[in-house]
Ligand binder design. Structure first.
Ligand code: SAH
Ligand code: F3S
Length: 450
């Protein structure tokens, strides 16, 4: 049976899509290869959010093709996902060895196309069409065998985004918002819980807009909060997370969900993008700095130990030093536990790409460095402040860097390392934090739930 190697770029949605493709191929008898060299099929699941992500995947593909050629190996190679969607046939025109280009609504057809190519029935396939109902096609999971049970899982609840932030390519690579049904999602989560998964992260580009068009508000609760409540009912499931929400989706119903749903972990990744109202408007974000700060204080009131992270763009067209300082001051005011900073990268067919006053690289670099410095200093002191506290972690497995250590995650989404062994995998246990490192905590099992 053919072996397949899949490499994933970009966000958790892409990770999830790759996993579903892998599961689909394994079910058809394919084996999973650990490196591209020996694989019969190499698939790159791509990201288009920034130019750098596209360049990485293109270079990787050139390398893969070059190696296969020099070793005179017959290898089927393909691009999946966002860059496949936005560039389509152009990818084969540029790299004629590429056999398959599969868009973001076509993941579920990977096996069918690969079979046809491998059997020589088709030479090249480019399929980037829109497909009704494809949001419900990302269902298959690749849970490890009994010896290594998966503890956490991602569940895709919706595809696409209608927000059209002026810098963002996602609405064109992922299409219109399409939500799965609550019963369909609950059934998938229940099945995962039955297989030993304790923590589920609900995924989408803008999860707070889940079901907006299909499900009316009920008892003041949005469709997304209705979904959280339904998932919360599942026996055996211990923890619920979601990513990514949009600030405008934090109504009081969602804040209250943190109060009455104990399985909902006290952590939130809420992209703010900028601290300047002028820029938020140019970005078409749909909220003000004040509204964002209001959400943060409500969430902290509901769950004082909540862990908060965000995304920020520096160097958006026309960003002045003053605008940037507003972002710096917002970061200082909120004291995020983590912030991912991105240098603005013009994306094709987005309004911001043709705005006046594109900033030079040096300005972006400089602001990136200054903001990073502020974020890291503030985050370090927040991590330091947790030393001495006791927290519950869910043990995920051995640490990648040091397999003698186990790694777990706190409810507030901190990585906690401790000296343990494989028997701790999958356990919820309490640890005392003894030390803080860079975006990592070190713990001592205070009370081990044996
Ligand atoms: N809502 C999505 C956002 C995807 S893009 C989510 O689920 O995370 C992830 C982050 O990349 C955005 O929050 C933004 O900070 C950054 N980003 C998006 N487009 C960008 C661009 N053109 N240049 C630089 N950063 C960008
Ligand atoms: Fe992109 Fe804005 Fe949607 S960042 S994914 S258009 S909420």
């Amino acid at each position: 049976m053919p072996s397949v190697y899949i490499k994933t770029y970009g966000c958790q949605m892409n990770e999830r899509d790759s996993e579903a493709v892998a599961a689909q191929l394994v079910a058809k008898g394919y084996t999973l290869a650990q490196s591209p060299d020996a694989a019969d099929v190499v698939l790159l699941n791509t990201c288009s959010v920034r130019d750098l992500a596209e360049q990485k995947a293109l270079n990787k593909m050139k390398n893969v093709i070059g190696t296969a050629r020099s070793e005179r190996r017959d290898q089927v190679v393909g691009f999946l996902g966002c860059m496949a969607q936005s560039r389509g046939q152009e990818l084969i025109d540029r790299l004629p060895d590429v056999d398959l280009v599969l868009g973001t609504q076509k993941f579920h057809r990977a096996a069918e196309y690969l079979d046809a190519i491998l059997a020589g029935r088709r030479q090249k396939v480019v399929d980037v069409d829109v497909e009704q109902g494809s949001e419900a096609a990302i269902r298959e999971h690749l849970l490890h065998g009994a010896a290594k049970k998966s503890v956490t899982a991602f569940v895709s609840i919706m595809q696409g985004c209608n927000q059209h932030c002026t810098f963002c390519i996602v609405p064109s690579t992922r299409g219109e918002e399409r939500s799965r049904s609550i019963p369909g999602i609950v059934a998938e989560c229940r099945e995962l819980a039955g297989q030993g998964v304790s923590e589920i992260t609900l995924l989408g580009q803008i999860v707070t807009s889940f079901g907006k068009r299909d499900l009316p508000v009920k008892d003041g609760k949005s469709a997304f909060v209705q979904l959280l409540e339904a998932v919360h009912e599942i026996d055996g499931l211990e923890r619920i997370r979601f990513t990514s929400p949009h600030p405008k989706g934090y109504g009081d119903d969602l804040v209250q969900a943190y109060e009455h749903l104990p399985k909902l972990c006290e952590s939130a990744h809420i992209p703010v993008q900028s601290g300047s109202d002028r820029l938020l408007k140019l970005m078409h974000r749909g909220y003000t700095r004040e509204r964002f700060l209001g959400i943060i204080s409500k969430l902290r009131r509901a769950r004082p130990s909540i862990g908060l992270s965000t995304d920020i763009i520096v160097g958006f067209p026309g960003e002045t030093e003053e605008d940037f300082e507003q972002t710096l001051s917002l970061v200082r005011e909120v004291e995020f536990d983590q912030a991912y900073i991105f240098k603005y990268s013009p994306r094709r067919d987005t309004p911001a790409a043709s705005m006046q006053d594109q900033l030079p690289t040096e300005v972006k670099e400089d602001r990136n460095a200054r903001l990073l410095e502020a974020v890291n200093t503030l985050a370090a002191s927040r991590y330091e402040a947790l030393v001495g506290s006791q927290m519950q972690i869910l043990v995920e497995g051995p640490s990648r860097k040091n397999p003698a250590r186990m790694t777990g995650r706190s409810r507030c989404n901190k990585i906690v390392l401790f000296d343990g062994s494989d028997r701790h995998r999958g356990r919820l246990m309490d640890v005392r934090i003894t030390r803080a490192g860079s975006f990592t905590l070190y713990g001592d099992p205070a009370i081990v739930n044996l």
